[in-house]
Design a protein around this ligand. Structure first.
Ligand code: ADP
Length: 462
């Protein structure tokens, strides 16, 4: 069995050719039948017209005039194409043209009787015995006592129609291969963009992640596909870069505590330590391990929050109470730095959410505000709620964030240069933003260097 190629190009060009052939066939059939009908109608009209002329002629010149006209008509036409017969009321032939070519005219006595009694013409299309062509005939009265039976071969029509069929078949034989080639070229052009996308996809599969499909003047759908494909590649590229940056940062942040643990352990092994020194080394090691664990937990929390897999129980959380607790918790730390902590909290603001994560989000913002504010500064926490949102604003008079860093402070592990001297690992804000977003809200930041920062959390109530 022949296996046809299962490519899109082949299928498109096949369907294109088929549609062209079907359209040509419909067009041909319509014109064939229309033409045939018109030509047949013309002959019938001619026959009816002839009857009218003979009626007038009879009135003017009598039977002899009619006979003369018949002879003239037969001479002008070809006698094998035309015949005339005149009948009286009894069905007896009173005159006829040369009927040597019309020997097999069917018996028409019943029609003659019918026309004399109804006085209505009878039009027929007959095929004579052994004749190649059909004949159009008419029986009609030229006077109340004389009937004219005349007919004309439709040889001409049949010749025209068979010529038309030959032209159609020839045209089909010429057009079909042309349509296939045109269809093939058009299909090839249409799928060029798709082929390019699949070529780039296979290049990427081999590891060339920087490849992109060039956008040429293709059809809209292909351009859209190419743009979406390129956008997807850009997104993958960004994710991979972020992942790489993150693993670099993790490696960097893990290295220092691990190095410290190693140094402490080497000291324990090499020296003769007193029991007190052993204890100090052990507690240093525990402290470093706790820091490592805390960092790893933070990484996991942020990853979980960003992936949107946080379970948000339908638990009604009193955010006013959470903010009040956070203010109380950080009061002592603020006092140590002589920072004035002012909390203006609207009461009874609720959302459905995860209480622990919201708590940690507020704690991160307050911790940062106090951490990055110099002694004697001020931190304001304001909470307001409307029908739609809860808005929590944490404003400080601290060191501020340079404009160039403001978009990046929410990225994992990002730390501004001027805050390197403070403790931290650059995960607090990414966690806070992930929590806000997982509750359908977001965090905004405005800041100016050495004047302070303002973080605004918006949480939708529904
Ligand atoms: P970190 O553990 O370093 O505080 P965060 O994710 O909480 O990590 O913050 C990221 C960085 O954003 C910080 O290192 C700091 O540079 C900057 N930052 C965050 N909050 C403030 C603030 N209130 N004032 C100034 N800088 C801030």
């Amino acid at each position: 069995m022949i296996r046809l190629p299962n490519t899109l190009t082949f299928r498109l060009s096949f369907w294109y050719t088929l549609v062209v052939i079907i359209l040509i066939m419909i067009g041909f059939n319509a014109s064939y039948f229309l033409l045939k009908k018109t030509l047949n109608q013309n002959i019938e009209d001619d026959l009816i017209e002839d009857i009218g002329e003979f009626q007038i002629l009879y009135q003017k010149e009598g039977l002899n005039g009619v006979k003369r006209e018949i002879e003239r008509d037969v001479k002008l036409g070809e006698e094998q194409n035309l015949f005339f017969q005149l009948f009286d009321k009894n069905g007896v032939q009173i005159y006829s043209s040369d009927l040597s070519h019309w020997k097999f005219l069917p018996n028409n006595q019943h029609i003659i009787k019918q026309v004399f009694s109804t006085k209505k013409p009878v039009l027929q299309t007959i095929r004579m015995q052994g004749a190649e062509y059909k004949v159009k005939t008419i029986h009609d009265l030229i006077t109340p006592d004389i009937l004219l039976y005349t007919g004309e071969s439709i040889e001409e029509i049949q010749d025209i129609m068979s010529l038309l069929s030959t032209v159609f078949i020839t045209m089909l034989l010429i057009v079909t291969p042309i349509a296939s080639v045109v269809g093939w070229l058009m299909a090839g052009h249409a799928v060029k963009g798709i082929k390019e996308v699949s070529r780039i996809a296979s290049e990427i599969e081999k590891g060339k992640l920087d490849q992109r499909v060039s956008v040429s003047a293709q059809g809209d759908e292909i351009t859209q596909l190419v743009n979406t494909f390129n956008a997807m590649l850009d997104r993958i590229w960004i994710l991979i870069s972020e992942m790489k940056e993150m693993t670099d940062n993790i490696a960097h942040d893990l290295r220092s505590p691990l190095a410290r643990i190693r140094v402490t352990s080497e000291l324990v092994l090499s020296d003769d330590n007193t029991p007190q020194e052993f204890k100090t080394s052990a507690s240093d090691t525990i402290e470093e391990c706790d820091r490592l664990l805390q960092m790893i937990n933070s990484i996991l929390d942020v990853a979980e929050a960003e992936a949107g897999t946080f379970q948000i129980p339908k638990q009604k959380v009193n955010v006013s109470q959470l903010a009040q607790d956070a203010c109380e918790l950080f009061e002592a730390t603020a006092e140590q730095k002589h920072i004035t902590l002012v909390c203006r909290l609207e009461s009874d603001c609720h959302v459905n959410g995860n209480i622990q994560n919201l708590q940690r989000m507020l704690a991160n913002l307050l911790d940062n505000a106090i951490k990055y504010t110099l002694n004697n500064g001020q931190v304001d926490v304001v909470l307001a709620c409307s029908r739609q949102n809860i808005e929590i604003t944490v404003v400080d008079t601290g060191i501020g964030i340079p404009e160039s860093d403001q978009a990046r402070v929410f990225d994992r592990f990002f730390r501004c240069d001027q805050s390197r001297t403070h403790r931290g690992c650059g995960l607090g804000l990414s966690f806070a933003r992930a929590v806000a977003r997982s509750h359908g809200g977001d965090i905004n930041l405005t800041s100016s260097i050495e004047r302070g920062s303002c973080f605004t959390v918006t949480l939708p109530i529904q």
